[in-house]
Design a protein around this ligand. Structure first.
Ligand SMILES: *Cc1c(COP(=O)(O)O)cnc(C)c1O
Length: 393
């Protein structure tokens, strides 16, 4: 079905689904490692790209391909490459765009492993990086060098909820001969479409909102242009970080309810954020939907909704954070985000415990900071759970 001109919700359900000989309503799981050729000539033609058809699952698989087409349409990109994990997607982008002597500029509070991959591993191959607050375009402008190949931003960022101006950064990167890459995991294409704002690549940990059910790890990279997507695919194949067909089947299924899940979760998040803002034990709340968010106007221009990620600071600091974690009952005490179930975590003692405290503070991770991924439960139950846990601090 041709869905390119149809609405987002129609694409969620129908985009990428190929015609099936049995009329299967959903894309079957092609659980096979290899595909037989019709004859010697057909084998030669498939390898040469002269004939349609699959060869070997690391190179391509119908179930995975359907997911790639589905997400490429949702992001309004030319094409997409699915990967084994979100980090597989990040690595595919880094290895495709960076080489010996290259430099990148990135968000200081970017997903920790995305920064570690550069600082610990790409540095061994002569890649240089500058980490800064990309919500300040003038700082990015000053940091770009002649060898800067890529500006890599996460917006909203994790867990500081800083928002970067994608359109302004795309213009700046292009003027200076670099590409703009956006990690769109926190927003999902339902709320933000970086490629339509000028970014060259939008990538996801599909583990989070796209799959949305906390039962798959996976990633995807979407490119604005076909040729760039071809380079990304070649790298993914060479490094072997392909997505498995069973993973792709589950993610495709998750995506069919993306807008419904996000609508419900963000309605809950707004109520939880307002309730927390009024609570005496909470110092401040950072949620892109609140008027108190320093970039609320940019958010309204760049995103079509506010999502369901909330950060808040407890007046009692580190110990209060730990006590809250030990007393919540409904929200799961777990990392990750974007699922139907609410998840809560304390970055200073968990995800960011290994980061030196000075660096932590620079990335906006204070001692009493709590990150809450609001799920689709009944909002009264979520608030009651937080209320009883806060009472115990
Ligand atoms: C989780 C996450 C990743 C990494 O994804 P995995 O699927 O865990 O490999 C990358 N970026 C962001 C913003 C994430 O939240």
């Amino acid at each position: 079905m041709e869905t390119k001109r149809m609405g987002f919700e129609t694409k969620m359900v129908h985009a990428g689904v190929p015609r099936d000989p049995y009329g299967s309503a959903v894309v079957p799981i092609y659980q096979t490692s290899t595909f037989a050729f019709e004859n010697a000539q057909n084998g030669a033609d498939r390898f040469a790209g002269r004939a349609e058809g699959y060869i070997y699952t690391r190179l391509g698989n119908p179930t995975v391909r359907a997911l790639e087409r589905q997400v490429a349409e949702l992001e309004e990109g030319a094409d997409a490459v699915a990967t084994s994990s979100g980090m597989g997607a990040v690595n595919t982008v880094y290895m495709t765009l960076l080489g010996q002597g290259a430099h990148l500029v990135s968000t200081a509070s970017v997903y920790g492993p995305s920064r570690l991959l550069v600082e610990k591993h790409f540095s061994r191959f002569g890649v240089e990086a500058t980490y800064l607050d990309t919500s300040d375009v003038s700082k990015v402008c000053a940091a770009i060098r002649p060898n800067t190949r890529m500006v890599y931003v996460e917006s909203p960022s994790n867990p500081a909820m800083l928002v970067s101006d994608i359109q302004a950064l795309a213009d700046l990167a292009h003027q200076r001969g670099a590409l703009l890459v956006v990690d769109n995991t926190f927003a999902s294409p339902y709320l933000q479409k970086p490629l339509t704002l000028g970014a060259d690549i939008s990538l996801h940990s599909v583990t989070k909102f796209l799959n949305g059910h906390a039962d798959v790890v996976g990633g995807i990279v979407v490119a604005r242009d076909e040729a760039l997507c071809g380079r990304l695919r070649a790298l993914m194949i060479a490094t072997g970080c392909n997505m498995d067909p069973h993973q792709a089947f589950l993610v495709s299924r998750g995506i069919k309810t993306l807008s419904l899940r996000i609508e419900r979760a963000q309605r809950n998040a707004m109520q939880v954020a307002r309730w927390l803002e009024a609570h005496p034990k909470v110092a401040w709340v950072r949620y892109v939907g609140l008027e108190s968010h320093p970039q609320h106007e940019l958010v309204k221009r760049q995103m079509s909704g506010f999502g369901s990620m909330i950060s808040f600071e407890l007046k009692g600091g580190f110990e209060a954070g730990r006590r809250l974690m030990d007393n919540v009952r409904l929200a799961l005490l777990a990392v990750s985000l974007g699922g139907v179930e609410s998840l809560i975590e304390h970055p200073a003692s968990m995800t960011h415990a290994g980061v030196p405290s000075a660096d932590r503070l620079e990335a906006g991770i204070t001692e009493g900071l709590v990150r809450f991924s609001v799920g689709i439960e009944h909002v009264d139950d979520l608030i009651a759970d937080l209320a009883q846990a806060l009472d115990r601090i």
